[in-house]
Design a protein around this ligand. Structure first.
Ligand code: H2U
Ligand code: ZN
Length: 327
């Protein structure tokens, strides 16, 4: 049995094959990870240590954000060209690094609720400052070596750009079109529908829901969606912020429990930018690479690269497996 599902947010299709799951799960668990110390002299992100640029980190408590020493985006622009087949345009922006905690041995999943609230506060403050003179602010985290993360120290990044990047542009168009036709935000209608059905919900509370999307491409992909109109971090009220903190804690703990390892992923936030309209809903995407065990990952290769995304585990099965390990 297989079917194609439409991603209402991006306009892409994904092939969902079921039955392949009858292949037995190995139930494999990884060797326990090497215990990291609370502080490492050779970690560029630990308090009091020296970064590659020569700057010395302060003896920070809580969250510490700084300008990336190796920014991918320049602050001044190069000339563009309008030749149709060799189109180019300038790109400028600002890159920040956000250390979630002074503790080298923690992850977002293992921080306590006060520390996670601090991370949400930092995402909010950083975004509102950067949004003043950037069209798009991308908060993200690459977690784990499997995802190419360069440091075990708990941290994420923020890239703010003068332009609206491809994925954001696509999501903007789809949300705008949906709101024009249906008179409501796409992601608000979507979360309501999912909460009614229940089969793809991982965990939910008064203001937020964690869902394996109907159109998920990655095995244990999750979206965090607000249950009311919230277009940006700044527009969250106190209850929404507290509920987001709790939802993050439950979702990330379930991820870590799934295969008994600190779960790798790429995650990021999409919130309304300066140039977007009221059709936007703030949301997070979690894209974890693991499929069957701590070491067996899904590779998006072959057919996926050349034709269309495909998955072996249905989103409903993935949600049930995550629900089973939610505390
Ligand atoms: P990743 O682990 O996701 O690559 O993020 C680490 C970032 O931290 C990376 O972009 C920056 C790197 O440029 N960094 C500094 O700015 N200064 C340093 O001394 C080390 C790393
Ligand atoms: Zn460190």
């Amino acid at each position: 049995m297989a079917e194609r599902r439409f991603n209402a947010l991006t306009g892409e299709w994904v092939i969902v094959s079921s039955g392949r799951l009858h292949r037995p799960w190995q139930g494999e668990t990884a060797a326990p990870p090497a215990l990291e110390p609370q502080w490492r002299a050779d970690c560029h992100l630990c308090p009091r240590s020296r970064r590659t640029s020569g700057a010395v980190n302060p003896d920070y408590a809580g969250v510490y954000a700084f300008d990336n020493d190796f920014p991918a985006l320049p602050t001044s622009s190069s000339p563009g060209s309008s030749e149709p087949l060799l189109l180019r345009e300038p790109v400028t922006g600002k890159c920040r690094v956000v250390c979630y905690s002074p503790r080298h041995d923690m992850t977002l999943a293992t921080l306590d609720s006060r520390a996670i609230a601090g991370v949400i506060e930092s995402w909010t403050n950083e975004t509102s400052v950067l949004a003043v003179d950037h069209a798009w602010v991308q908060v993200f985290e690459n977690k784990g070596r499997m995802m190419g993360c360069s440091s075990d120290h708990p941290h994420g990044q923020i890239w703010a750009t003068a332009m609206v990047p491809t994925v954001a542009q696509r999501e903007d168009e789809r949300q705008q079109r949906y709101a024009a036709v249906h008179g409501a935000p796409l992601l608000l209608d979507y979360v309501e529908r999912e909460l009614t059905l229940g089969e793809r919900i991982v965990v939910a509370n008064g203001s937020w829901a964690a869902i394996v999307p109907f159109w998920a491409a990655w095995p244990f992909e999750v979206m965090l969606l607000p249950r009311a109109r919230v277009d940006s971090f700044e527009s969250m009220n106190v209850a929404s912020r507290d509920d987001l903190r709790d939802l993050l804690m439950h979702t990330l703990a379930a991820y870590d429990r799934l295969f008994g390892v600190s779960f790798p992923y790429s995650m990021g936030w999409h919130g309304r930018g300066r140039t977007q309209g009221r059709h936007w809903q703030l949301h997070a995407h979690f894209y974890p690479p693991l499929l069957r065990s701590p070491s067996i990952r899904k590779f998006m290769v072959g057919f996926e690269m050349l034709a269309e995304a495909q998955r072996d585990l249905t989103p409903e099965e993935a949600a049930a497996r995550l629900r089973a390990v939610v505390s």
